[in-house]
Write a protein that binds this ligand. Structure first.
Ligand code: ZN
Length: 406
């Protein structure tokens, strides 16, 4: 049955659109430079978690800026410092976060006029930390993220108290590391959608949520055969599940991989093919468009998760996610891209998928064909084709888990 989508239904039905995007880079939106309008900081906020501090400057627009780290100078009794210089900024000290700074990382914030049209902010730090400065849109903000590592000397002394892990016995310490093939992995599989959220619906009524669940159950069976893989499912039946709950579940299971299964959809019925996504800050035009459409997520909802995104550890996870995505894509295309089936290779893409965002491990989202394409809907309905998809996806995962790949 052909269904005409209203714009609201379209949003609900199109799979990639359902995966709310959070923030997107400011780049590409910059208008032609006008010299007149001075930037102002209207408000500042400081967010703090165990190993991460985020300082947010809310601005009417982002001025030119530069930043750097200056190591401590013992002779001059100066600590490690992080500075940020703004050009054409009207400084109102009342809007700076001078008061509630986390003492564990920042001693104080100083500010001053560096030159006629340049303002410098200096954070006196308690140590040398990794940091990152990034622009955020809607609302316009500049974020400074500090990754705090325990100081080596203190860390060594306090380690037993800080970490609630079982003590390592001397016997364990002299045991050589296990052989690579003995390593066990935990994989969380996430069938997209569920319950009232059907996901996309094909021309004859095949529902994405059901395809995703069946594929997930098949993949779980397939991977369990390996013996060294433990599988957890975010859902094993038809039930509704919030997006954030899915990656949170994976975090709680301490999963090594998080894999979300979906089918793509488009109002363009001719669109077809197989693609794998991983979480990344991307300037890919498609992703940008999605980001623009999906920015209805309020900043209140965004903040804690942005936190995660900007955590510097995400860089490493992103690289691993990309590797996993590439292997899954290529191994699956080896099977379904053959002449007989001829499924189009839509490639590996990156986007700010909400469902992947909170994941603290390599995470990918697989778009198994276009359920909106009549031919591919038929493929997805066929058990033989589902087996082929699973064989390809499982091969990609296995390849990734080989020690040399990581
Ligand atoms: Zn979907």
């Amino acid at each position: 049955m052909m269904k005409i989508f209203t714009s609201k239904k379209l949003l609900l039905a199109l799979c990639p659109l359902l995966l709310f995007l959070l923030a997107f880079p400011y780049s590409g939106l910059a208008k032609k430079k006008k010299p007149a309008r001075k930037a102002k900081i209207t408000e500042s906020r400081v967010l703090e978690s165990e190993n991460h501090i985020r300082i947010l400057f809310y601005l009417n627009n982002i001025p030119e800026y530069s930043h750097g780290f200056i190591p401590a100078d013992i002779d001059k009794n100066l600590p490690d410092r992080l500075y940020i210089d703004f050009r054409h900024l009207l400084l109102n000290p009342a809007t700076l976060p001078t008061k509630n700074l986390p003492e564990k990382a920042i001693k104080k914030l100083r500010y001053g006029q560096k030159s006629k049209d340049e303002v410098r902010l200096v954070f006196d730090l308690t140590g040398a930390y990794n940091y990152k400065v990034s622009k955020l849109a809607k609302p316009t903000r500049l974020a400074i993220d500090l990754e705090i590592k325990p100081k080596p000397a203190i860390a060594a002394e306090e380690k037993p108290a800080l970490q609630e892990v079982e003590p390592v016995s001397s016997e364990l310490m002299v045991t050589p590391p296990p052989e690579p093939e003995e390593q066990n992995y935990i994989i969380v599989l996430d069938p997209g959608h569920g319950g009232d959220d059907t996901g996309a619906v094909g021309p004859t009524g095949l529902q994405e949520k059901n395809v995703a669940l069946d594929l997930t159950l098949l993949l779980a069976e397939e991977l369990k055969n390996d013996g060294n893989i433990t599988i957890y499912l975010t859902r094993d039946k038809d039930k509704e599940l919030e997006l954030a709950a899915r990656s949170t579940f994976a975090n709680n299971q301490k999963a090594d991989l998080f894999i979300s299964l979906h089918s793509n959809a488009s109002t363009e019925r001719a669109l077809s093919g197989f693609s794998t996504y991983y979480l990344n800050n991307t300037d890919d035009r498609f992703s940008q468009r999605l980001a623009a459409q999906e920015n209805s997520v309020s900043s209140e909802e965004v903040t804690p998760l942005e936190h995660v995104l900007n955590d510097l550890k995400m860089n490493q996870i992103t690289a691993s996610s990309q590797k996993l995505a590439e292997l899954v894509q290529s191994k699956t295309m080896d099977i379904i891209g053959s002449n007989e089936l001829g499924v189009k290779d839509q490639g590996v893409k990156s986007a700010l998928f909400y469902v992947l965002l909170g994941a603290r491990m390599p995470a990918i989202l697989i778009e198994c064909n276009f359920i909106s394409n009549p031919h591919e809907e038929q493929l997805l309905a066929s058990p033989e084709y589902r087996e082929k998809l699973i064989a390809g996806i499982a091969a990609g995962i296995r390849e990734y888990l080989k020690p040399a790949q990581k």
